[in-house]
Design a protein around this ligand. Structure first.
Ligand SMILES: NC(=O)C1=CN([C@@H]2O[C@H](COP(=O)(O)OP(=O)(O)OC[C@H]3O[C@@H](n4cnc5c(N)ncnc54)[C@H](OP(=O)(O)O)[C@@H]3O)[C@@H](O)[C@H]2O)C=CC1
Ligand SMILES: Nc1nc2c(ncn2[C@@H]2O[C@H](COP(=O)(O)O)[C@@H](O)[C@H]2O)c(=O)[nH]1
Length: 325
């Protein structure tokens, strides 16, 4: 297998077939809906909250609500449906989650999307939860993760997952790779490719996106959707705490397995950092779409499919994906 990460790859242009980048279509069908761009903010507490989820849904973007205020999830689903929007939530695999799913069914509050979100997604606990969800909520689109191998993708797909999420440890707030020695950190893009070759259903490339060009690269190597945390955490709407330091404004960003999220120091695999404030999220979403339109024009096409076949070169190798430790 060829090993590389985002910063090691450059895509090679083809002859342009559009007169303007505005002609290029970046939309993606993912599950029952079509979204403006193949990008979803990470389901982390410093990246997404209820107001932002509603804003994204109303404006044609995919979102996945986090699972760290579990008691609010039932009302959240009801509120999204009352607003005429789709509901997309996260769950874990502990016993209480089975009861929560029964509550959803009883209340006829059926989310359109559910993401099973645990660190080591290639696990019997996840397979059991997929079986349970498919039995209780047969019409809900189930995303399962996170995984980092083709075997894991196949096992979760065979269990009934409609999509899998690939990425163990490439995240900016991640210390899994340091603390355990495991993961796809430093070769996330190659892992996406490896998994996508085995996948029969869509995969989400999760973690390690540092530039907008990395979105096009993820699509090139087989992702249908790209999950992004740190690049989304520094906006006015971002739920993280605003911090002033040396005349600069920042937002807090912490890992979902950090002690700040967990409230204890057991099995910590995430850290906290400050992300410089970038203004309203609308500006970033628009820039992502425009940069993707431009990428597709370089691919010589007019939609996302044209990115899938472009040639590429490996320009160098780096294990830390540009992060400082
Ligand atoms: N994408 C990534 O690389 C990573 C993401 N995360 C994020 O952190 C959050 C918390 O994740 P998680 O700790 O799984 O959630 P939970 O604390 O809800 O744990 C889920 C269940 O899985 C068990 N579990 C967790 N990790 C492992 C493991 N390595 N081996 C065996 N069992 C395990 C837990 O038990 P117990 O705790 O007792 O072991 C628990 O029963 C999630 O949002 C997840 O996405 C965390 C690490 C890596
Ligand atoms: N190893 C850990 N990974 C984590 C943790 N919290 C979130 N994550 C993953 O990171 C991505 C976002 O990555 P980014 O590079 O875009 O910032 C997120 O979607 C999770 O999969 C954690 O505590 N530890």
């Amino acid at each position: 297998m060829q090993i590389f990460d985002y910063e090691d790859i450059q895509l090679i242009p083809n002859k342009c077939i559009v007169k303007s980048r505005s002609e290029v279509d970046t939309s993606v069908k993912f599950g029952p809906r079509t979204f403006k761009i193949p990008v979803v903010p990470a389901n982390m507490q410093t990246v997404i909250d209820e107001p932002l989820a509603l804003h994204l849904a109303q404006n044609g973007y995919f979102y996945i609500m986090h699972r760290f205020e579990p008691e609010k999830r039932l009302d959240f689903v009801k509120k999204m449906h009352a607003a005429g929007q789709y509901a997309s939530i996260s769950i874990g695999v502990k016993q209480g989650e089975y009861e929560f799913v029964r509550q959803l069914v009883k209340a006829h509050a059926i989310p359109e999307y559910i993401t099973i979100d645990i660190a080591h997604g290639h696990a019997q606990t996840v397979i059991d939860m997929i079986h349970f969800l498919k039995h209780q909520l047969p019409n809900t689109f189930i995303i399962a993760g996170n995984v980092g191998t083709p075997t894991a993708v196949r096992d979760l797909e065979n269990a009934g997952a409609d999509a899998t999420k690939v990425g163990i440890g490439p995240g900016k707030a991640c210390i899994t790779k340091i603390k355990t020695g495991f993961g796809t950190g430093g070769w996330q893009l190659a892992a996406v490719r490896w998994c996508a070759k085995a996948a029969r259903k869509p995969i989400i490339a999760d973690g390690g996106i540092r530039t907008h060009g990395d979105i096009a690269k993820s699509i090139r190597f087989g992702a249908s959707m790209v999950m992004i945390g740190s690049l989304f955490a520094g906006h006015l709407e971002s739920p993280g705490k605003t911090v002033e330091k040396d005349g600069q404004t920042y937002k807090e960003y912490f890992g979902s397995a950090s002690e700040f999220q967990k409230g204890n120091r057991n099995n910590v695999e995430g850290k906290k950092m400050l992300i410089p404030m970038r203004g309203p999220i609308k500006g970033t979403l628009t820039a992502m779409q425009q940069d993707l339109q431009s990428a597709i024009s370089y691919a010589g096409g007019r939609d996302l499919a044209s990115l899938r076949k472009v040639d590429y070169v490996v320009v160098k190798n780096s294990i830390f994906n540009g992060d400082q430790f």
